[in-house]
Ligand binder design. Structure first.
Ligand code: HEM
Ligand code: HEM
Length: 191
């Protein structure tokens, strides 16, 4: 059985902390799969592309609802979108601060919101292309594609950020997104 640590602020008193509930993990890997499918494998003008796109939209919608009603670390309140906090976090990191965030760190939080907003924008422009008003309209297609490219860049940065923060913090963040648990090294401040 997993020992669950003191999950509030302060010094961690145990080593393993349950952070990501099963729904967060399921949504994360399913969303990644839909982006991979639509970006690389599915014929872009097919019905499958449209359905996979709507599934991506649904996953983001479900995640946003879960951020209102789900468990603590999954909530908006655990990782508010705050550029000011992100800058403070960056400065602290550069100064050698190795404290641990149980939910997303402030930079990771901004990236999560950016990715969700991008998927919504891609889904909406995708839907627009199926309507009589916007069918065949160049700028809608161009925005759909441009935001997809932005999403690709974001995901590349996201994965680089996860790798960097795993190295910096000494916590295997990918494993945490798989089994839900972060293993906190001794003596770290937990936020
Ligand atoms: C298209 C691909 C991907 C997308 C769209 C994506 C999107 C996201 C989003 C939106 C979050 C926030 C999760 C939440 O709070 O529900 C997140 C977190 C996370 N993702 Fe991804 N992701 C992708 C690929 C990956 C890959 C390939 C990895 C592994 C190398 C990865 C590892 C993680 C980890 C470890 C977190 C949690 C970070 C933390 O501890 O703060 N992701 N991702
Ligand atoms: C996560 C969601 C989605 C992703 C990642 C995605 C990605 C893409 C990409 C990469 C292209 C090719 C762009 C180009 O090179 O021209 C494309 C085209 C297209 N997408 Fe999506 N898409 C998504 C959702 C949707 C949805 C929900 C719809 C419609 C309901 C849709 C409809 C289309 C159509 C009609 C095209 C062809 C545009 C053209 O004629 O060039 N997409 N999409």
């Amino acid at each position: 059985m997993v020992a669950v640590a003191n999950q509030t602020s302060g010094r961690a008193s145990a080593r393993q902390v349950a952070v990501w509930d099963p729904l967060v993990r399921l949504i994360h890997w399913s969303l990644a799969m839909t982006i991979l499918l639509n970006g690389a494998f599915v014929e872009e003008e097919s019905t499958t592309h449209e359905w996979v796109g709507y599934i991506a939209l649904g996953l983001v919608g479900l995640r946003l609802v879960w951020a209102l009603i789900g468990p603590g670390h999954a909530r908006f309140s655990a990782f508010p979108p705050s550029p000011r906090r992100a800058v403070r976090h960056l400065k602290a990191m550069l100064a050698g601060d190795r404290s641990v965030h149980l939910s997303h760190n402030p930079l990771g939080a901004l990236m999560a919101y950016n990715i969700w907003a991008s998927v919504i924008a891609i889904g909406v422009t995708g839907y627009m292309m199926t309507t009589l008003t916007f069918f065949g309209v160049d700028w809608v297609e161009e925005i759909h594609e441009a935001i997809f490219n932005w999403l690709l860049l974001s995901v590349a940065l996201h994965v680089a950020g996860v790798a960097f923060d795993s190295w910096r913090s000494g916590i295997n963040l990918v494993r945490a997104m798989i089994n839900g648990r972060k293993i906190i090294p001794d003596g770290r401040d937990v936020k």
